[in-house]
Design a protein around this ligand. Structure first.
Ligand code: AMP
Ligand code: ZN
Ligand code: FE
Ligand code: FE
Length: 283
């Protein structure tokens, strides 16, 4: 039986593993295919390509975009992206700047509470273009200002806490269009965490290709529910661990093993899409 993990983060966003370390874990666990889905970044894909090729693992370049439909936040996964696509790179770089500015705002809010964290410390620890809350949490722990990551989120960073800063997001429709024009498939991430099923029909109408039915934080019943939704709307089924290395206590890779037949299906749809597009261009 062949398996895939299609939701993984490296230190090019808020994971702690290098692409090579992540690939090493994938190889040890026997994965046939892996996708990298760093937040607002495709930077790690070049190194993942090399590492996976050496390990005999099929690599799927991807990203995870934070998007919104109306007031509802959702995470959009893009798969089989052309990581050199100019529009994709331009747009994600804008959201990387949003993330960097947000670090300054979060640190300022933490300072207001009398906790002496500096933005420089956070940027040094993050050492990437897509910094996020986990980097702030880890910096607080490293500086001895909180006991652990959970305390950092509970006291400061969780939605509604004093250093929670909303993030400017791209619209879900623009996000899907961005993924599509870069040759990718657009998939709604971990719907069971966001509990925003009411937006699914609108996303399907706008061309969403798939839904992440299998995720570390989905119960069997939740996965089952989204498999039914996938069937109802004729959506691709994806799954992954959402491993962040040690950003979230312990690495999650291996907790989700997506049967490879779902990857085959994604590839079929992608190839059909390419053929349709080239017919449109040629006609
Ligand atoms: P950001 O994109 O900067 O808003 O950060 C989101 C990241 O923080 C995601 O990887 C989340 O899983 C992680 N995160 C959100 N809430 C918590 C929490 N309470 N404890 C640990 N990690 C969290
Ligand atoms: Zn993350
Ligand atoms: Fe996510
Ligand atoms: Fe993720």
């Amino acid at each position: 039986m062949k398996f895939a993990d299609l939701h993984l983060h490296t230190f090019f966003s808020d994971g702690t593993f290098s692409p090579e370390e992540l690939t090493g874990h994938g190889a040890r666990l026997g994965f046939a295919a892996m996708a990298l889905t760093d937040h607002d970044s495709v930077e790690g894909c070049a190194r993942m390509t090399v590492a996976c090729e050496a390990a005999g693992i099929e690599f799927i370049p991807g990203t995870e975009l934070t998007a919104e439909l109306g007031d509802t936040e959702l995470h959009l996964l893009g798969y089989f992206l052309d990581t050199h696509n100019e529009k994709l790179l331009t747009e994600i770089s804008k959201f990387q700047i949003v993330r960097q500015n947000r670090i300054h705002e979060m640190v300022a809010a933490i300072n207001k509470l009398g906790v002496p964290l500096t933005a420089e410390t956070v940027f040094a620890l993050a050492n990437c273009k897509s910094p996020g809350r986990p980097h702030v949490a880890r910096s607080l722990v490293k500086a001895g200002l909180v006991a652990n990551l959970d305390e950092a989120f509970e006291r400061f960073l969780k939605k509604g806490r004093p250093a929670w800063v909303p993030k400017a997001k791209m619209s879900a429709l623009e996000g899907m269009e961005l993924i599509h024009q870069a040759g990718g498939l657009a998939v709604m991430a971990h719907p069971g965490l966001n509990r925003t099923d009411e937006i699914i029909p609108a996303l399907v109408d706008a061309g969403m290709d798939g839904i992440e039915c299998f995720h570390t934080k989905h119960s069997t019943a939740t996965s089952e529910r989204y498999l039914q939704i996938a069937e109802k709307y004729n959506l691709l089924v994806t799954g992954g661990s959402d491993c962040h290395g040690f950003s979230k206590n312990k690495p999650l890779i291996g907790t989700v093993k997506l049967p490879y037949e779902y990857v085959e299906k994604m590839k079929e749809i992608r190839i059909a899409r390419i053929n349709t597009n080239s017919k449109i261009v040629n006609s």
